[in-house]
Write a protein that binds this ligand. Structure first.
Ligand SMILES: [Zn+2]
Length: 352
């Protein structure tokens, strides 16, 4: 799914489920930010992290692991090829398995999650609800967790049948791809075949790299066939425009647990049918028109700015005797909340 779903649809959904607009904004921002937070490695700070946060000391600095949740097929192409990156980033946040990763289910694929189904992601969401019930406060920690988990939950629908690892089972190709524009379906098979997978053309079959983003578009419909074993892997046909209402209906019920506001998703489904026709360029305008008064604005740089800022550069000694330079950051409490939430999802999903 793209921001049309992860940010825009989730913001509208959260507002309609009874969260205040500020709360809905935070939930939706983190639902989308999971795709955008591609910082890898350690972040250094000269201020001791809060209790319970793990770090290593490097000189007099505190080095905290940045739990990467998103990636770009261009800048992270080399990372994506590694099993470690697939396990730590691609699988837990975008292709989460029904159960914690083990040697035995290594080749399993994402299966659409439902409330109370016992999947890892739904159990995490239930734990977040219990934590909320205990304190009865919609703290930033709770809202950020709802957003991050809504992302992984929704992706089990978009990425159904695919694995976040590199595997032959992912090796599908686009047979046909059409988009609904509100009046009818238009064929985009050729452009999608050419342009869609091109960003990933240097990558093997990890996730849905071989079919570009056809699995993610909110107004798309595709049929796929397996490249080498069409007899083993059945042809896949899906209409995202209809299908993506399912995760929204599930999440609507989940959101209502927190707000205790009554209402049926079916009564507001038309708004999402309208919003799903948007594209990345006109999304803010199209989604605003679905429900007057709600402001839609997503800017990943603003979220990054809320997480950390550069404080200076330090020369420290290495164990080999030389000096090297480290950038020192101010890490905010929002950074620690987000990073811990991502670490928790990763731990439960893949055990690291
Ligand atoms: Zn994703």
């Amino acid at each position: 799914m793209d921001s049309n779903f992860h940010y825009y649809a989730i913001k509208l959904l959260a507002c309609k489920a009874g969260f205040t607009e500020a709360q809905a904004q935070k939930i939706a921002e983190y639902s989308q930010f999971i795709d955008d937070y591609d910082r890898t490695g350690r972040i250094h700070t000269d201020t001791p992290p809060p209790a319970g946060i793990s770090y290593v000391k490097e000189d007099d600095l505190y080095a905290v692991e940045s739990v990467t949740t998103g990636f770009s097929p261009v800048t992270n192409a080399a990372d994506l090829l590694t099993e470690d990156f697939q396990r730590k980033v691609v699988v837990p946040f975008h292709f989460i398995l029904p159960n914690k990763l083990t040697e035995d289910n290594r080749n399993f694929v994402a299966i659409p999650a439902r409330l109370n189904d016992g999947q890892v992601i739904t159990r995490l969401m239930e734990a977040t609800y219990r934590e909320f019930s205990a304190g009865n406060r919609l703290s930033d920690k709770i809202l950020i967790a709802i957003g991050c988990m809504a992302h992984a939950f929704s992706d089990t629908y978009a990425h159904e049948g695919f694995s976040g690892f590199r595997t032959e089972a992912n090796d599908f190709e686009i047979e046909q791809y059409v988009q609904y524009d509100g009046a009818g379906y238009k064929d985009f098979t050729e452009p999608e075949r050419k342009i869609g997978p091109v960003a990933y053309s240097t990558l093997p079959a990890i996730g849905h790299t071989t079919i570009g983003h056809t699995a993610d578009y909110t107004n798309g419909m595709f049929s796929l066939k397996h490249k080498s074993k069409p007899d083993v892997y059945l042809r896949r046909v899906r209409n995202n425009y209809e299908y993506f209402m399912k995760p929204l209906a599930e999440l609507f019920r989940y959101f209502q647990l927190f707000t205790q506001i009554a209402g049926n998703f079916d009564d507001i489904i038309a708004k999402f049918k309208q919003g799903f026709l948007a594209n990345e360029k006109n999304a803010a305008a199209v989604w605003s028109a679905t429900d007057g008064g709600i402001v839609f604005a997503y800017d990943k740089r603003k979220i990054y700015d809320r997480l950390y800022s550069q404080k200076g550069v330090r020369s420290v000694g290495s164990s080999l005797g030389g000096k090297y330079r480290i950038t020192v950051y101010n890490l905010t409490s929002e950074f620690y909340i987000f990073n811990e939430c991502a670490a928790k999802i990763r731990r439960e999903a893949v055990g690291v």
